[in-house]
Ligand binder design. Structure first.
Ligand code: FAD
Length: 475
């Protein structure tokens, strides 16, 4: 009997999982599965304890679903990738594995690990790697010169043209293995990593994720364009934590969207197309890290921006992290992040702009802090978002475009509903003054238990423009 091993990584689901599906195709094969945790590496990259907890809880659910199908999920903890390779090689030998199935990860270290593994086991094990976490594989959407696009809009045009020709059907969960007893389910040892509570906003399990996807596409996607920038409204799907660890696949998102909105590709001004556009941004950033692996090493795409002289301002950085900058929309957003591990896209753009363009603090500090808090932490999307906001990336905001945190608040949280939900100390401030509460307090002869702005925006703007211009001249 042949033995097939499925290596789960950030694809923690049984439905529409290409590696799992392929491993189960031969009904005679014995199929087993493995997940390898690398907490030492997670510590180095400051992965959010919330995300580790989310992974752990989904592993438990996955173990259960696999066991129902007669597949045992093994679990191991390794120090680093080199250690994973040598341990996996021994595991393949002890379990007499004939073929290994896994879905590709696109970050540079992960790609190097997979190459090392294939080499290490090549004598005895056949490796089958799948493009699963994207709608189209990196390198398949290129310019006429066969290069990756540096600008999003032409990428999207080419991407959608290819998408219509590609097979993006979702695969069903595998059937239960025949003549196989349900494996004994050993309790999964908790990771050697700090764990953190996750609120009720993100239920555990692929079924919960699929239900959320269905109801979003049925009931909300039509209004997506009007609502997606308003943080006081749940106008976006909140599916990013599931997509980040692969509880949901992008094909499942696309197919559900097409089921509910069959004209999504024709009606390009509607909410459904607007939402599809965001899924394409996700693809763009992943394609970029494969074309330019330096992005995975936190290098700026635009090299001269590395000469910007950032401020060393630990107190301001701490105020930003704690949501105590004196700018209500920034502070409410950061407190939402610290408390839930999630933040609206518009707010991510505002707080990123504030850190980099108002406080003139290195964008890598923000990138790292986000990863340490986010439930949906994803290297490609996070790096892409930060480099966009910092004007250091491909197709980024030009460096002279600097958000005004007060007017952004006025525009996207006019009545301050979101702000009041996260800043109880501003509860008494009337709507019209919520974005500049100290002005109101002064008139009222009141003292607010809320910090004064850590920096004057107009002055900060000038300093940042000067710092970028000087860096450009130097390079
Ligand atoms: P929806 O609006 O419902 O979009 C659907 C899906 O599309 C999302 O779940 C996500 O997978 C993808 N998506 C949406 N917007 C983007 C985008 N701009 N870039 C890439 N993918 C996108 N997203 C992450 O998943 N992980 C991150 O670590 C991350 N860090 C970010 C950091 C910054 C500074 C910025 C500006 C954006 C970041 N984003 C990140 C992108 C975006 O903010 C989130 O994906 C989005 O807010 C998640 O909410 P949602 O699931 O309701 O999104």
């Amino acid at each position: 009997m042949t033995t097939h091993l499925v290596w789960f990584r950030n694809d923690l689901r049984i439905t529409d999982n290409r590696a799992l599906h392929a491993a189960c195709e031969d009904p005679q094969a014995r199929v087993i599965a493995i997940f390898i945790a690398t907490p030492e590496q997670w510590k180095q990259h400051e992965m959010a304890p919330r995300q580790a907890t989310f992974i752990y809880q989904h592993l438990q659910a996955l173990q259960h679903s696999l066991a129902e199908r007669g597949i045992a999920l093994h679990y191991h903890q390794c120090d680093d990738f080199a250690d994973s390779v040598s341990w996996l090689k021994d595991f393949c030998a002890s379990e007499k594995v004939d073929a290994l199935f896994y879905n590709k990860q696109y970050e540079i270290n992960e790609r190097q690990r997979d190459l090392a593994l294939e080499k290490a086991v090549s004598d005895t094990v056949m490796c089958h790697a799948f493009d699963d976490s994207l709608l189209l594989p990196p390198g398949s959407v290129t310019t006429g010169n066969d290069e990756m696009y540096k600008v999003y809009t032409p990428f999207r045009r080419a991407f959608l043209a290819r998408l219509t020709e590609s097979d993006s059907r979702s695969l069903p969960a595998p059937q239960a293995r025949e003549n196989v007893e349900k494996p004994v389910m050993h309790k999964l040892m908790p990771f050697d990593y700090p764990l953190a509570a996750i609120g009720d906003d993100f239920a555990i399990g692929e079924e919960a994720a699929r239900n959320q996807l269905r109801s979003f596409c049925r009931e909300q996607v039509q209004d997506y364009l009007e609502q997606r920038d308003l943080p006081a409204i749940d106008g976006t799907s909140s599916l990013s934590p599931y997509l980040a660890i692969g509880v949901l696949s992008p094909r499942q998102c696309l197919n559900r969207l097409r089921t509910e909105c069959p004209d999504v590709l024709e009606k390009t001004d509607g909410g459904a197309f607007g939402w599809l556009n965001e899924l394409v941004w996700r693809e763009f950033y992943r394609h970029l890290i494969v074309a330019w692996p330096k992005l995975c090493k936190h290098q700026p795409f635009v090299e001269w921006t590395d000469s910007v002289r950032w401020r060393d301002a630990p107190d301001d950085l701490q105020a930003w992290k704690n949501g105590k900058t004196g700018y209500p929309i920034v502070d409410a957003a950061m407190r939402q992040l610290n408390s839930t591990g999630w933040m609206h896209n518009r707010l991510r753009m505002i707080v990123a702009s504030f850190l980099v363009k108002d406080l003139l603090i290195n964008w890598r500090e923000g990138e790292r802090y986000f990863m340490s808090q986010l439930l949906d932490g994803d290297l490609a999307a996070n790096n892409g978002g930060w480099q966009w906001g910092a004007s250091t990336g491909t197709d980024a905001a030009p460096y002279f475009r600097i958000f005004n945190p007060t007017t952004q608040g006025e525009r996207f949280d006019k009545a301050g509903r979101f702000i009041k939900a996260w800043l109880p100390e501003l509860a008494d401030v009337p709507e019209r003054d919520i974005h500049q509460p100290h002005r109101w307090a002064e008139k009222q002869h009141r003292v607010l238990d809320y910090p004064l702005p850590v920096i004057d925006h107009a002055r900060a703007r000038k300093d940042t423009l000067a710092a970028f211009e000087a860096a450009k001249k130097r390079s």
